[in-house]
Design a protein around this ligand. Structure first.
Ligand code: DGL
Length: 278
């Protein structure tokens, strides 16, 4: 049993779609959320660069006493999950991957659409999942450059948002997809707009609830769950970007009132990138 916080991180606000499910499914647990907004978006960066950021972020969360880490970013999971698990083998590290398997189980048309960033589609994790699960189902990959930025800016509705979404949805619909996988944690914040644009006949999948349930199981198995009768959970937020803007985004996206702590990137004496209080 442990009252230590769960660390959750993403390039920005997208991981809050996982945060809200973790808080919902594991209401007694404290969570420390870190948004690397100095580097958002991750999706068009190189694997080496993303891995470097992720290792430093995990180091910061481990130093802060986290008992488990959720990489609440498909892009970061695609390229950094393995090195993270190797470097921090002492604690459970969960990642996100596009929910191809449930989509393959659901589709009736035999065509599934996946929305994600370029780095996610290039990662081995995604390739392996498709290879393992797709079988005879056709998987249509839709790179959604700019969609995470729209969510970062808080543009969750309106004509510009609809126009961007239509551009990404149309190729998948034209191919006959009846099931759409949200393969980036930013996208669940526009799920209502997506559902409205594709109509009621299509399933749109957000993997966050399944990830939160799996996290609960892992904590139980490792004896890391919160003790019954423990003190009220504490939810803290960190960002390497603009703290006041992030606080407003947290309020708007998940309804939480927070005063996030700003962080800044700098070099350690050994020349490694590290996060320190700003
Ligand atoms: N939220 C991240 C993901 O799940 C991506 C956004 C970005 O490109 O930084 O892939």
């Amino acid at each position: 049993m442990s009252a230590a916080p769960i660390g959750i991180f993403d390039s920005g606000v997208g991981g809050l779609s996982v945060w809200r499910q973790v808080v919902h499914h594991l209401p007694g647990e404290s969570v420390l959320y870190l948004a690397d907004q100095a580097h958002v978006p991750y999706g068009n960066r190189s694997a080496t660069e993303i891995q470097g950021h992720c290792l430093a972020i995990a180091d910061h969360l481990v130093q802060a006493g986290c008992k488990a880490i959720v990489v609440a970013c498909n892009t970061a999971s695609a390229v950094a999950l393995q090195p993270l698990r190797e470097r921090f083998s002492q604690l459970p590290i969960l990642g996100l991957e596009p929910a191809v398997k449930p989509a393959v189980g659901l589709t009736r048309s035999g065509v599934v659409g996946v929305m994600a960033t370029p780095a996610t589609f290039q990662g081995e994790l995604y390739r392996a999942t498709v290879g393992r699960c797709a079988g005879s189902v056709q998987v249509v990959e839709q790179v959604c450059i700019g969609l995470a930025d729209l969510v970062e800016r808080g543009q969750l509705e309106g004509p510009d948002c609809d126009a961007t979404l239509r551009r990404f949805l149309e190729p998948m619909l034209a191919a006959g997809a009846d099931t759409i996988v949200l393969g980036c944690t930013h996208y669940p914040f526009v799920i209502e707009a997506i559902r409205r644009l594709v109509g009621p006949g299509l399933a749109v999948l957000d993997p966050a609830p399944a990830v939160a349930r799996h996290l609960g199981e892992v904590l139980q198995q490792r004896g890391l769950g919160i003790e019954p009768g423990a003190a009220a959970p504490l939810h803290r937020f960190l960002t390497s970007g603009d703290a006041a803007a992030f606080d407003r985004a947290v309020a708007r996206l998940v309804g939480a009132d927070c005063r996030s702590q700003p962080l800044r990137w700098c070099r350690s004496p050994e020349g490694e990138a590290v996060l320190v209080p700003a």
